[in-house]
Each structure stands twice: as C-alpha cells, then as structure tokens.
Design a binder for this molecule. Sequence first.
Ligand SMILES: *Cc1c(COP(=O)(O)O)cnc(C)c1O
Length: 451
Amino acid sequence: MINNEMKYKAYQVHNFRTIPQLNVMSEEEKQNIEIVGNVLPFKVNNYVIDELINWEDYLNDPIFRLTFPQKEMLYEEDFKTMQLALKNKVSKEELKLIADSIRSKLNPHPAGQLEMNVPTFQGEKLDGIQHKYEQTVLFFPSSGQTCHSYCTFCFRWAQFVGMDGLKFATRETEKLIGYLEEHQEVTDILFTGGDPMIMSFKVFRQYIEPFLAEDNKTNIQTIRIGTKALGFWPYKFITDKDAKEFLELFKRIVDSGINLSFMAHFNHLNELKTEAVKEAIKLIRATGAQIRTQSPLIKNINDDADMWAEMWREQVNLNMIPYYMFVERDTGARHYFEVPLERTWEIFQKAYQQVSGVCRTVRGPSMSCTPGKVEILGIKEIPVGNNVEKVFVLQMIQGRNPDWVNRPFFAKYDPDARWMDDLQPAFSSKFFFEEGESTILKKQHINSISA
Ligand SMILES: *Cc1c(COP(=O)(O)O)cnc(C)c1O
C-alpha cells in the first residue's frame, strides 16, 4: 500500500534524537552518531527510517550503515578529539575549526575534482560544468547540490559540510547552452549534484526548457539525471505536490526525440523492495524515460556477490538497466568502506556469472581516475621466459584521450591495492597513457581523480 499522505521530513545532527525508532539505542550509540555526524555529513529522512531500515537488527542493516554515521568512520584519535570538544561544549566556531581540521585529513577534494575539467566559454570559466569525456558534459545546477538523505560513503561529501569553496554551482543555463552550441561533439548532458531531483519543478524546468525550445541549436541527444531519489525519496514522483508536472516534463523530453536516462543510484537490494519505489519506477518508465542503475562496491554495505546478482536481476525485472559497478573512491571514511581491488573484482565476477545476458549490461568494477574510467578486467598469470608474472588486466571505459579507450593494459598484481595509485605498471616503467609525461606529473595524475 502506498501512503498517499507521505510528506518529506529530514533529520540531521541537531534533531536526530527525535527519531522515534531511536529509542532502541543506548545513549552511547546516540553520542557516537553525534560525534561522527559533526564531522561527516548526516541527513536521513522519514522514508528511509520508516520503510527501508529494519530496526530489529539495525546494527547489521545495510541501509542503516548507508545513512547513519558509524563510530569507526573516524580514526580513533579524531573521534576522541571531537568527543572531547562536544563534552566541553566548545563554541560553534571552535567546533567548526576542529571539524574542518579532521575533514582536511580525509582527502576532501580528491585532487583535481574542483579545478580540473572546468571548461571556458567566451573567456570565462564555467564553474558549474565539467567536460572531461568528449560526448558528455556534467552540469551541477546550483539548486541541486544537496540530497534527500546523505550516503555515508559519498565522494562528494565535502560539499555538504560547508567547507569553503567546495561547491560547484551555477545558475547560468545560458552559458551552458552557449557552450553546448559551440561544442557539437557533446551529445549528452548529465545533470548531477548532490541530486538534481531535490529541485522543485519550478526550478528544474528552467534548466530543461532550452533543450525543448524550437531554436535549440545544441546537439544534445540524451539528457541524463544522476539521482538517488528513487532509493531515498520515491514519493518525489508519487505524492510530492509537483510529481505530476515532473512526469509530464519527462514525457515531453522523450516526445521531443531526446533520450531521457535516469542514472539511478541503488546501493542495495533492500532499496528495491518497497511499494513506493516500484510505483515510482513504473511512473517514470511510463513516460518513456529509461532508468540505468549504478553503485560503488562498499564494505559493510554491499560487499556480497549474491546480493549484487539478485539486485541486478531485480533491477531488470523492474524494467531498469544495470550500468556501472564502481570502486569506492579514495576519500572520506575510505578505511571503513574500501574493498581491495582483487576482492572487488572477485565479487563482480561471481555476481556476473550468476545472471543472464540481459543483466550483463553492467560494466565494472570501474575506478574514476584522472586519466579515465579504469575497468578491472581480471587477474592473470602471464609467462615471461621461465617465470610467470601475475598481473591485473585493465582497460579504460572512458579516457581523457578518446584514443585510450578499450586498450587492455597491465599492472603488477598487488593483493593490497585499493585504488589506481596503489598500482605499478607491469612489463614497462610507465602505463601506456603516461608516455611523455614527467614522473611528477604522472604521480599527480594518478593520485588525483575527478568526477
Ligand atoms: C562517468 C563520467 C561520465 C559519463 O561516462 P559514460 O561512460 O558515458 O557513462 C561523464 N563525465 C565524467 C567526468 C564521468 O566521470
């Protein structure tokens, strides 16, 4: 049964103690949430609390871990520092300084994310836009830079905690359109954030209308919407007051001949079970829009091959298209969430082997690094003279240079590697895409990631 009266209500660190279900928790557990929630972003809503989390076993519940801060997300000394600050009731300003100093140790803007790939138009930097891969432009509408609920693992976490200068934002739809008119190679515009589906219809339509206008001279053929709304607030499309208008606009986009693709984040099978999410998917699909799905592999939340296989199958059953499995990025509480590359690949393979071809539209596991999206194809022992060399076989799904795409390459096997910058080239002193780059540049490039 869908609750037709459902109204959005959010809880953050200042009011989470009023969540009724929290009466199952000890005071110490609540304090832990408060301590970590003062450093990392914390926001959860009534749908997640009432319909997704199983409170009878909340400590082991994946959606609880996905949304509620856990003690282990901070290193012990940082946890103690914040604990003491709260106990001593330090001033707001001091609390922020302490929080920022802990945050700055957590690689808040994996290098390059803010300043790389930002294009210029008529001599001006376009701050809300990233153009890295030829065909696709990322757009960060200023009113779409928050979410219905925060994911504890999010790689864009820094923009939600108010660290200065961290937001990409623009209201400059005109400049966006100007840029796209000049760049006819761009076929896809990807609205991202935060979550563009946090916007009201009144605001959202302003970004879309230019693409539907008679005088549209861009070459946009696909509008993508990166969103977690189906997972965290499906009522957006059912009972919110502008739900109908959104659906009508989606239909207008499709009817105009533009492909509309939801890039929906689902991190766990449990997000696909409610009546509300099923209804929202149906309503969106009925407009002619497609829904593609993606998620990183995250320890403590979804590091389970059978769950992934079931999740992909269920996504197809609900008329969605599995798209990406990502490697969890090197930022925030990565020590809590990261899975070694070898195990990440094993989970992908074991899940992939269990599903039929219609689910195998999924690609991955993929690392979004500075040179491109690097996919782990497998682990292989290759004979070299009388020896064998064990290697990771990799390839780029997307490359900063389009010519790099779909060329298999090798990295030395390393059971502890967790990210691209842990990997060394095999059979060569450089990766093929580093030819001609200085060693220092190389290290920077590999270390940094962007979008
Ligand atoms: C992933 C990504 C895209 C989209 O790539 P597709 O392979 O087309 O899905 C576009 N821009 C950036 C910066 C990305 O990281």
